[in-house]
Unconditional design. Structure first.
Length: 383
């Protein structure tokens, strides 16, 4: 409803017109964008990285003096901590909806994105997941769900072929953390290995709170693998890498989507050398806007990018671009525009398929060398 219509309606019911007009004008000047991720707990550094990237996008959007319906607006980020916990994610999602956000960038992982997606769908607002890679997130059929990096069905397929064809693995052990992300990724990896003639000699699991991997690695060691694939994230991958070295297991540790961060390097130290991981997207230096983004990020935050900040930046960017093109914060008007996006972001071209997945996703293979993640190969992308 336009401001003038609200004022006319208010006059009919005896509300002070000047007070209401001021309140509505003030409200109309600010457009809220939600950000949901783990801002506390083991993955807090990644959550903060996402928040930083999103905040940078908000600042850049406001610097262009945006207007909607010819009126100047200011975009504002509201961040909520889901603690990387599915139940908390639902509470957080409802809190953002109740706050009146126009759309949400989040959540970080698949386990939180899946249950939160229903809340956003029921409210009719967009959820743009910058990182969640489990295919199940977009397979729920919600027309409000989007992602801006490749999903694990593709990632697992690429990782499995890479393990066999490039790493020349013959005997592969597979371990996962039993989260929606970790298990789903590991399952896709196993399918790829078996489809390409490889051998999985051990299929084990832990949970996402495990810190002592001695028992499961003892079982795996008895199978004499030359590669161990872990479906999990950096905070567990690092102690896993250290224990593999301590037990004298001569196998390459490999992951996909969750390893490549400063956190892993700091926790693993020298025991991280040789660890290989596939990550959705291009390395920062190969992203179309990567170098400029990295410079802006470091200038503002005085710290290194963990990995995912550019995707959060683009998540906010593509959402705001759709709102501006639709000239409305009404989801019924901007959602069709968002679905039809051809948005040139920092990470590359962002366009969505019918499910809301990123079209033509690219993956980069990294390896730890001298305690640094070095990109060694690129896979996927538009053929």
């Amino acid at each position: 409803m336009h401001i003038t219509a609200l004022i006319k309606r208010a006059s009919l019911i005896g509300v002070a017109v000047s007070s209401l007009a001021a309140a509505v004008a003030q409200a109309d000047q600010t457009v809220l964008i939600g950000l949901a991720g783990p801002l506390t707990g083991p993955s807090a550094r990644i959550g903060k990285d996402l928040e930083n990237g999103a905040q940078l996008a908000i600042a850049d959007a406001n610097a262009k003096h945006p207007k909607i319906h010819g009126e100047a607006v200011t975009f504002k980020l509201i961040s909520e901590d889901d603690q990387s916990d599915p139940r908390t994610a639902v509470t957080v999602a409802q809190r953002l909806v109740d706050a009146g956000v126009a759309g949400v960038v989040g959540h970080w992982n698949t386990g939180t994105s899946i249950p939160a997606a229903r809340i956003y769908h029921d409210a009719g607002i967009a959820q743009v997941a910058p990182v969640a890679t489990g295919h199940a997130y977009t397979q729920q059929g919600f027309d409000t769900s989007f992602r801006i990096m490749g999903h694990d069905d593709d990632g697992g397929q690429v990782a499995g072929k890479y393990a066999l064809e490039t790493l020349k693995a013959k005997r592969i052990a597979v371990l996962d953390d039993r989260t929606a992300f970790g298990q789903g990724l590991a399952d896709q990896f196993v399918k790829s290995v078996q489809a390409n003639g490889g051998t999985v000699v051990s299929r084990e699991f832990v949970d996402d709170k495990t810190i002592d991997f001695s028992a499961v690695l003892t079982t795996i060691r008895s199978k004499n693998p030359d590669l161990i694939f872990f479906g999990g994230v950096d905070s567990q991958a690092a102690p896993l890498a250290r224990r593999i070295k301590q037990l004298g297991i001569k196998a390459t540790l490999m992951g996909a989507g969750g390893f490549v961060s400063q956190t892993f390097l700091e926790l693993a130290q020298k025991d991280g050398d040789g660890v290989t991981a596939l990550e959705p997207g291009l390395a920062i230096e190969k992203m179309p806007g990567g170098k400029a983004f990295e410079q802006a990020y470091q200038a503002r935050y005085k710290t290194h990018i963990e990995l995912h900040a550019p995707f959060a930046y683009d998540g906010v960017g593509v959402l705001i671009a759709a709102i501006e093109k639709a000239d409305s914060i009404d989801p019924q008007k901007y959602l069709p525009v968002l679905r039809a996006s051809q948005y040139q972001g920092v990470t590359g071209l962002i366009a969505f398929d019918a499910e809301g997945n990123l079209k033509d996703p690219t993956f980069t293979v990294y390896q730890v060398k001298a305690n640094k993640w070095q990109p060694v190969s690129v896979a996927g992308g538009k053929k």
